[in-house]
Design a protein around this ligand. Structure first.
Ligand code: ZN
Ligand code: ZN
Ligand code: ZN
Length: 125
C-alpha cells in the first residue's frame, strides 16, 4: 500500500500530498494525477475565465488532461488533478471522490459537498 513518490524533476522523495517539491533547489509545482496515480508536474494548457470555469492542465507523466480538484480550489488540503472532460460541477480527484463516495454511503455526503461549496463561495467573494 505504501508507495514512494518522487519528484519527476529532481527525483527526490516527496510526500504524496505535496503541492511543491520540498527540495530547496527544485521547488517544482507538484500534483497528484488521477490518471496515472502518481506525483507529477503539470502545465497549463487552457486558461478559462469565469466563476465556474476551470483551467485545464496537462500531466507531464501521462500527458492526459486534468483540472485541479474542487477540494484544492476551495483551499482545503488536496493536491489532486481530477480528470478533465467530465461534465460535473464538482471535479474531484481520485482521492477525494473515493472519500466522498465513502461518506455518501452514510448519507451525509451531500452535506459535505454543500460545506465545500460554501467554503468556495466565501473564498471567491
Ligand atoms: Zn523536485
Ligand atoms: Zn498523469
Ligand atoms: Zn482532491
Amino acid at each position: 500500500m505504501s508507495k514512494t513518490y518522487r519528484c519527476p524533476v529532481c527525483s527526490n522523495e516527496v510526500d504524496v500530498a505535496a503541492t511543491v517539491c520540498s527540495t530547496a533547489a527544485c521547488r517544482a509545482e507538484l500534483a497528484f494525477c488521477s490518471h496515472c496515480r502518481d506525483i507529477t508536474t503539470y502545465v497549463l494548457v487552457e486558461e478559462r475565465r469565469g466563476r465556474t470555469a476551470r483551467n485545464i492542465y496537462r500531466c507531464d507523466r501521462c500527458q492526459r488532461l486534468g483540472v485541479k480538484c474542487y477540494t484544492w480550489l476551495s483551499g482545503s488540503y488536496c493536491n489532486g488533478l481530477a480528470r478533465a472532460g467530465q461534465s460535473v460541477d464538482l471535479p474531484l480527484c481520485s482521492g477525494c471522490s473515493s472519500r466522498v463516495a465513502e461518506v455518501s454511503r452514510n448519507v451525509i455526503g451531500w452535506t459535505l459537498i454543500g460545506a465545500l461549496g460554501g467554503l468556495f463561495k466565501r473564498k471567491g467573494g
